[in-house]
Design a protein around this ligand. Structure first.
Ligand code: SF4
Ligand code: SF4
Length: 73
């Protein structure tokens, strides 16, 4: 799933997401939350992003243990 707004881009790859919630916990702008519209590697809930709040800091990309998030193009 890709979210875009202006120059901002957030991509998550549900097939790599284990639903650990680390990205949600550490996002400084609280723009991530769980969603059940897509399923992760264990059939778990994955994440969605409110791109309007995202500051492209890449904390989520760095902290995800499974490489499921890509910030920027
Ligand atoms: S790049 Fe930063 S602000 Fe945007 S979703 Fe990731 S942690 Fe949150
Ligand atoms: S940190 Fe990675 S594996 Fe954990 S919920 Fe976020 S995207 Fe999924």
């Amino acid at each position: 799933m890709q979210y875009k707004e202006g120059d901002k881009s957030f991509i998550n790859h549900p097939k790599y997401c284990k639903g650990c919630g680390l990205c949600i916990e550490f996002c400084p702008k609280k723009c991530l939350e769980f969603t059940d519209t897509e399923r992760g590697v264990y059939g778990n809930d994955t994440i969605k992003c409110d791109i309007s709040k995202c500051i492209q800091c890449k904390i989520c990309e760095r902290i995800c243990p499974d490489g499921a998030i890509k910030i920027g193009s």
